[in-house]
Design a protein around this ligand. Structure first.
Ligand SMILES: Cc1ncc(COP(=O)(O)O)c(C=O)c1O
Length: 412
């Protein structure tokens, strides 16, 4: 059979090398290590702290709303750029939960089929070959990937512990800023769990104005905060002049698989996004949008989830610190981001967080996600499987016991 297809792949995905790379990427490595560990130890429970999505179903009431809406003929067709009810509910939700005033539901709000595709489409609105985007690392890479695919230079801003995991915008050189059009931020942050402050967001607004940039604030975890009220970028004066914010239903309402999010903010950005989106998809199923309206009108659903994660994160902080880690309660998200160990008493040494994570899976059947982009860190997620509080205690205690047993060492 002629293999000409291999030679037709676009350079953006590797050209004729696509699918032939020998390098194994992080998430595939984790998957393989998990499989191997399970095979070797079929009777030992794998403790999965690597999951990046909620462990629970959406609220019964939201499910019921979907059931009802599913049966209505008026919801059957193409939803295009979305229904007015969802736009109105989104603007009201921003006001009720985040204190954001004055969002025009018609011109300044639009839904999307999850935030992932919104992030993937935004570069199509702005990026020409030779432009640049600024993005934070470690972090969710989707917008930067698509910007790169459109020919942009990607400038990575490291999130460091001594900077509160906020990017140092003052450190950017004129070369970094050459042709820069988009700035991607995400707070509460995945994976660091850090939250932004109004002062930082204020600085972002001035920075964006001074450098003529558009701010894309990915607020996927915005509603999940532990010691302060949720903060929206749009609540900062001038924010709407420079950017937009993306709110996802995935984490706030345990609706990961439902695929629903909304964008709000600058009218020009929303308008361009609507044009691009209209050329990609025909909108989310209207019944799902209407169930989403129900969710937005019931933010107490999220409050219940927040108290569960807080309880779990508290337990995890204690267990990890008992095994030598330096864990602190995050400001938001459902992640604990802790410095990775550098050795274990059995003689293993780890040069990277990836090495340490692989060791924890193989030797203790504990799964985490490693990050080596700005220091060596492991991410433990509070969305592990546990059906009640008793089970939560058991799982976290077991994790602590196993980690302690490894005799982990930190530093050199
Ligand atoms: C920071 C961040 N942004 C966006 C997403 C994607 O969310 P959605 O389910 O709305 O596509 C995730 C999912 O893990 C995330 O961690």
């Amino acid at each position: 059979m002629s293999d000409y297809i291999q030679n037709l792949f676009a350079e953006r995905i590797g050209g004729s090398r696509f699918g032939r790379a020998t390098k194994v990427y992080k998430f595939e490595k984790i998957k393989r290590a998990k499989r191997e560990a399970k095979k070797k130890n079929p009777n030992i429970e794998l403790l999965d702290f690597g999951v990046g999505e909620p462990d629970e179903m959406a609220s019964n009431m939201v499910v019921e709303a979907l059931k009802i809406e599913c049966g209505k003929p008026e919801n059957r067709g193409y939803a295009d750029n979305g229904i007015a009810e969802l736009k109105a509910a989104a603007a009201a939700y921003l006001k009720n939960v985040y204190g954001v005033e004055g969002i025009d539901p018609e011109k300044e709000v639009i839904h999307s089929i999850g935030s992932k595709c919104a992030l993937a489409m935004l570069p199509d609105c702005f990026i020409n070959p030779g432009d640049a985007v600024l993005t934070t690392v470690p972090g969710y890479p989707v917008m930067a990937t698509h910007a790169e695919w459109n020919g942009a230079r990607v400038v990575r801003l490291p999130l460091k512990e001594d900077g509160g995991f906020l990017p140092d915008l003052d450190s950017l050189s004129s070369e970094d800023l050459r042709g820069a059009k988009l700035l991607y931020l995400n707070y509460p942050n995945n994976p660091t769990g850090a939250v932004a402050t109004p002062e930082f967001f204020g600085k972002v607004v001035s920075f964006a104005k001074a450098n003529s940039m558009v701010v894309v604030h990915d607020a996927a975890y915005a509603a999940l905060t532990y010691d302060a009220k949720p903060l929206s970028f749009l609540s900062i004066e001038g924010a709407k002049d420079v950017g937009i914010e993306i709110h996802s239903f995935s984490k706030a309402f345990n609706m990961t698989g439902w695929r629903l999010a909304f964008l709000a903010g600058n009218e020009r950005v929303i308008g361009a996004f609507a044009h691009v989106k209209d050329n990609f998809d025909s909108g989310q199923f209207m019944a799902i949008q209407k169930a989403g309206v129900y969710a937005l009108k019931h933010p107490e659903i999220t409050e219940k989830t927040v108290s569960k994660y807080k309880r779990r994160l508290d337990l995890m902080v204690k267990a990890l610190n008992g095994a030598g880690f330096k864990a602190v309660m995050p400001g938001g998200s459902f992640y604990l981001y802790v410095g990775a160990p550098s050795f274990a008493t059995a003689g293993a040494a780890f040069n990277t967080a990836e090495d340490a994570s692989e060791y924890l899976i193989k030797e203790a059947l504990i799964s985490t996600v490693p990050w080596d982009d700005a220091g060596r860190y492991l991410r433990f997620s509070a969305t592990f499987e546990a059906k009640d509080k008793e089970e939560e205690h058991r799982v976290v205690e077991e994790m602590g016991k196993r980690l302690k047993g490894l005799g982990l060492g930190f530093g050199n």
